[in-house]
Design a protein around this ligand. Structure first.
Ligand code: AMP
Ligand code: MG
Length: 517
């Protein structure tokens, strides 16, 4: 573990806060504040990602070393680590919120592996920072398990995401009011080490211009291009527009994947949007069970449902608009930024075409394919049908001579299944005509690669959380192991690929989550 090499460019190349340590404050003219993780009583490793260990040049022996729990629980530093919290702002639920920053995340440093890849190691729940505002800088076990598992599950699903190296129990309680109803209670605390090439967010670029600080904005943009987008010539007059256009494109690709796999982020505030187009900040996220584009798991957003499943592409576009407005402080000519936003629209349309073709196994795109998918989704919405099970079952339906048995398990409501059958048969007729000249084996193969059999259903994660809270953490790596091969049928693991059980329908943690974490 002590072989990890660090090269901390964010600290070296960007201006920092002259004051060190915690103490809540407004930080002007600086991108970061030096602050060490606050020690915890009894750090204990609950789970690690072996893929992430190996990417960093570590192995399971390192993870078993007591020093690993000390470092990734926040009690010790390796040579070369220089912990800091970064400074950013953001639009929350449509409103400018001012300075937010890493209130409970502390970056340990940027490690460079043998392949020359740069990976930032960041502890979440590591204690107070200048950006903690009124909160404690800590994280509870339940939300940490959710972040650990979903980061890795998304990676295995092929969705761009930040990663997770480890989950460490702190041996300390954290007090939370889970439903903001005056019932605060102690819960076990934990620290996740998350990993990404960069944790820079839209909000990093929004904060300086909100304070009239164009030089800091310029420095951040220049830094981000040079470190994270090295293929863009930072000295070219088009650097900013090329960079922004690529952010737009990557964001469209990311959201396209969310829509493909049925992921609802839950809190798409601009401080939770990565400029690398990575899914970031796993909070009250959820997975679609019965297909409902109006669904959001986030109880804090239950009224307006701003961040509901079907709204995610539009919200991503709105968020990019906020980033564009921030960047306009650098150059009064906004045409290049508008061109960037147009790249989002184009890339998202492409993602919709890809999703239709791949999820339905259509071979190559033809006019009308997106409409074919939209017709199916409209039907699914009324039929109360499980998104994951339906698409997976559709693989085994012969559209030319449909036997609907493979779809049977996907329905939540028998009456709706019967009522929906004529319309489904009609749609299958259109589908049969479309795939008439597609080789059936090709159709099935294409579908198998785009429609996961296993997703991190909310209730599955909650069962693991309940077990871990009761003292048995082994379910975390068990579930992670299922999620390693989400597109494969895994004999013996059928229990992980079932409809949400009825008891979970309205249960806290399974269908409803608050931001309290
Ligand atoms: P989130 O809703 O998790 O994206 O958090 C929004 C802001 O609140 C970010 O600046 C977080 O760092 C901060 N924050 C959330 N939870 C805590 C906490 N327990 N302690 C300190 N800051 C927090
Ligand atoms: Mg956040």
């Amino acid at each position: 573990m002590s072989d990890l090499k660090f090269d901390n460019r964010f600290l070296r190349d960007l201006p920092g806060d002259p004051r060190e340590g915690g103490g809540v404050r407004q930080v002007h003219g600086a991108a970061w504040s030096r602050v060490d993780p606050a020690p915890v009583r009894a750090p204990r490793v609950l789970a690690v990602s072996r893929e992430m260990l190996s990417t960093l040049g570590l192995d399971e022996r390192d993870a078993a070393d007591p020093a690993f729990a000390e470092v990734f629980g926040g009690n010790a530093l390796l040579p070369g680590m220089q912990p800091y919290a970064s400074n950013y702002g953001g639009h929350q639920f449509g409103h400018w919120a001012g300075q937010l920053g890493d209130g409970r995340a502390i970056t340990l440093g940027e490690t460079v592996n043998a392949a020359g890849e740069r990976w930032e190691l960041q502890l979440k729940g590591a204690g107070p920072t200048p950006y903690s505002r009124t909160a404690d800088g800590r994280a509870v076990l339940r939300s940490s398990i959710r972040e650990f598992l979903c980061s890795e599950a998304m990676h295995h699903l092929g969705v761009p995401t930040t990663r997770a190296l480890s989950l460490v129990a702190t041996g300390e309680d954290v007090v939370r009011d889970m439903f903001y109803d005056g019932h605060a209670a102690p819960e076990p605390g934990a620290v996740v080490c998350r990993v990404a090439p960069s944790f820079m967010r839209f909000g990093h670029f929004e904060l300086p211009p909100s304070r009239g600080d164009a030089p800091l904005l310029r420095a951040l943009v220049d830094f981000c291009i040079r470190r994270d987008f090295p293929h863009i010539d930072a000295d070219s007059p088009n650097a900013v527009s090329n960079w922004f256009g690529e952010i737009c494109e990557r964001t469209a690709v990311m959201v396209g994947h969310w829509m493909r796999v049925g992921f609802v982020h839950g809190v798409m505030n601009t401080d939770n949007m990565s400029v690398l187009g990575l899914t970031i900040d796993y909070g009250p996220y959820g997975w679609i069970d019965d297909y409902d584009p109006d669904w959001t798991p986030n109880t804090t957003d239950a009224q307006r449902r701003r961040y509901r499943f079907g709204q995610q592409p539009a919200v991503a576009y709105w968020n990019l608009g906020r980033l564009a407005s921030a960047l306009a402080a650098l150059d009064p000519d906004v045409a290049p930024l508008q061109a960037g936003l147009a790249r989002f629209v184009e890339a998202y349309e492409q993602a919709e075409r890809d999703n239709a073709v791949r999820k339905l196994g259509l071979g190559r795109f033809r006019e009308g394919d997106v409409e074919l998918m939209e017709a199916l989704l409209a039907w699914m919405r009324g039929a109360e049908v499980d998104m994951t099970l339906f698409f997976r079952g559709l693989i085994d339906v012969d559209p030319a001579a449909p036997d609907l048995a493979p779809l049977h398990d996907a329905f939540y409501d028998e009456a709706k299944r019967e009522a929906g059958e004529p319309a489904l048969r009609e749609w299958l007729g259109r589908y049969a005509a479309r795939v008439a000249d597609v080789d059936p084996a090709r159709r099935r193969g294409q579908m198998r690669e785009a429609n996961p059999r296993y997703v991190l259903r909310n209730y599955l994660a909650q069962q693991v959380i309940d077990r871990a809270t009761a003292g048995d953490a082994s379910g975390i790596e068990e579930l992670l192991d299922v999620m390693r091969r989400p597109y494969d049928d895994q004999p013996g693991r059928e229990a992980y690929a079932q409809r949400r059980p009825d008891w979970a329908r309205h249960m806290a943690g399974c269908s409803m989550l608050s931001c309290s974490s």
